[in-house]
Ligand binder design. Sequence first.
Ligand code: TYM
Length: 333
Amino acid sequence: MSKKIFSGVQPTGNLHLGNYLGAIKNFVNFQNQTNTDCIYCVVDLHAITVKQDPSKLKANIRETTAAFIASGLDHKKSIIFQQSMVASHSEFSWILGCSARMGWLNRMTQFKEKAGKDKEKASVGLYVYPVLMAADILLYDTTHVPVGEDQKQHLELTRDIAQKFNLDFNSNDFLKIPEPMIQKEFARIMSLKDGTKKMSKSDPSEMSRINLNDSKEEIENKIKKAKTDTLALPDNTNELENRPEAKNLLGIYSSLNNQEINKTIKEFSGKSFSEFKKKLSEIAIEKIYPISLEMSKLKKDFTFIDSVLTDGNAKADTISSKKVSEIKKIIGF
Ligand code: TYM
């Protein structure tokens, strides 16, 4: 059976190394596998669950598309599209919202984190956000969803919603139950300033993350200033459990080099952070800077970026509107 891959990234600016290593790099790996259909979405409907500046949103949608392409996605091999332009997503999200249970959504930790202390003031969209995510995935009979660790709970919810829909409408395996594809080792890239906090677009400190559009100097400087501890680098993985910054930096190096963390530990055991950071800078510049360069070129070519999305929107619409027609029949509309 062929694999069907779906994933999405929010166009909220500041795409960073966590997005790349946790998700986008894998999008490219899947694209290059045989018997695999890939669909990657710029999820702008998800972005507006928190306030966005309309004058910046369009640029961020183009920038996220540029990041996909600069990282190696090819619109001739993968469908790359803009969520809001394909109406089935909003439509199916409403329908699935009637299968999802309040109790399930109440357990979502990302809502709790994002809503903060005053959850009465959070948008309803932020609360039902995981239902829209389930709609994205289930519309395309997705078999695998490559994401970072922070999306695991949303994927479990997607599976629950799909099972409930199938059961409620006695429709067997009409909605396919997707598998999360979360890497074992590098699914949670942490802040460069605090190894216990996730690297995040919304962290006010630029020094906490390497952005995909950083210059060589910025990459080098951020790594140089990254928080470490005072010990030499360890000789085994057990020691890393109490050394979050060492664990994170060694993880980033391993992921950029496509190698197991054990190999990296062997390479640097007993060495100082300053020696290690030089090597980490080199590899980060080698892998990330070409993406940054390509993004800045692509960002100027609106015609090309917009044509990639227009083409992808039409393809995504063809697949998903057919699914929505079947869904309407099942429901009795
Ligand atoms: P978003 O836009 O927050 O993040 C995009 C992807 O990047 C991953 N990621 C990380 N991975 C490792 N370490 C980090 N520090 C890190 N930060 C972010 C995320 O896990 C994600 O894979 N809800 C999703 C978007 C979405 C989606 C979907 C994903 C909407 N519909 C359908 C998959 C399938 C989100 O907000 O991702």
